[in-house]
Write a protein that binds this ligand. Structure first.
Ligand code: GLV
Ligand code: MN
Length: 195
């Protein structure tokens, strides 16, 4: 989904004060092997949170060697019963592989058709660009998956947080009308996310 590169690589200089569509390249003379390797996905993520999951991202912000290359990867850890809540990536399709555990993977089309399947170690899935999707650990043990994207920075609109934990908040009268519930329900949901 990202634009094609015009050179072999362009390791991001994240500290540069200007950028265009992506990041400026650091001088090639300062580039070393370490710019193309990243250890940040080797450790289990902390799943002690309301969702019982943790996404650890290797995107251009954490792994600057990805700049201009149209690619990134996440590690997703799940506690038993944990979910990666409904979200969408505005800039990328997602492919994923389950390493361990059983995951219910589902997405919904723009026409509100729901597709889903429970998959396990070695099995893969694809989420078309921009569509709302989730994963839920339906096994008894922890689960682990890796997901990859055709963007250096796919972005994630996490629906519960977008709608109920934005800064500043979406007014309650918008949310009560949108979801056909009372202020009590909206306030209760908002409170779960600390706002
Ligand atoms: C999983 O859906 C992810 O975005 O990593
Ligand atoms: Mn995703």
């Amino acid at each position: 989904a990202d634009p094609d590169p015009l050179q072999d690589f362009c390791v991001a200089d994240l500290s540069a004060s200007t950028s265009v569509n992506g990041f400026l390249c650091k001088p090639a003379s300062n580039v070393s092997s370490d710019d193309f390797f990243f250890d940040g996905l080797s450790k289990e993520g902390n799943t002690t949170n309301v969702f019982g999951s943790r996404v650890t991202a290797a995107n251009v912000l954490s792994f600057p060697g990805l700049n201009t290359l149209g690619s990134s990867i996440n590690r997703v850890d799940f506690a038993p019963g944990g979910i990666n809540p409904p979200h969408s990536h505005p800039r990328a399709s997602e492919t994923g592989v389950v390493i361990s555990g059983q995951l219910l993977v589902g997405f919904v089309t723009t026409g509100n058709v729901y597709f889903s399947k429970v998959i396990s170690a070695g099995q893969i899935f694809v989420i078309p660009r921009g569509l709302v999707h989730f994963q839920k650990n339906v096994g008894q043990e922890k689960a682990l998956a890796f997901t990859s994207f055709n963007s250096q920075l796919p972005g994630a609109d996490v629906l519960p947080l977008n709608l109920f934990a934005s800064t500043p908040p979406i007014p309650n009268d918008v949310l009560t009308k949108a979801f056909q519930v009372g202020d009590d329900v909206v306030n209760s949901i908002k409170s779960k996310f600390g706002s």
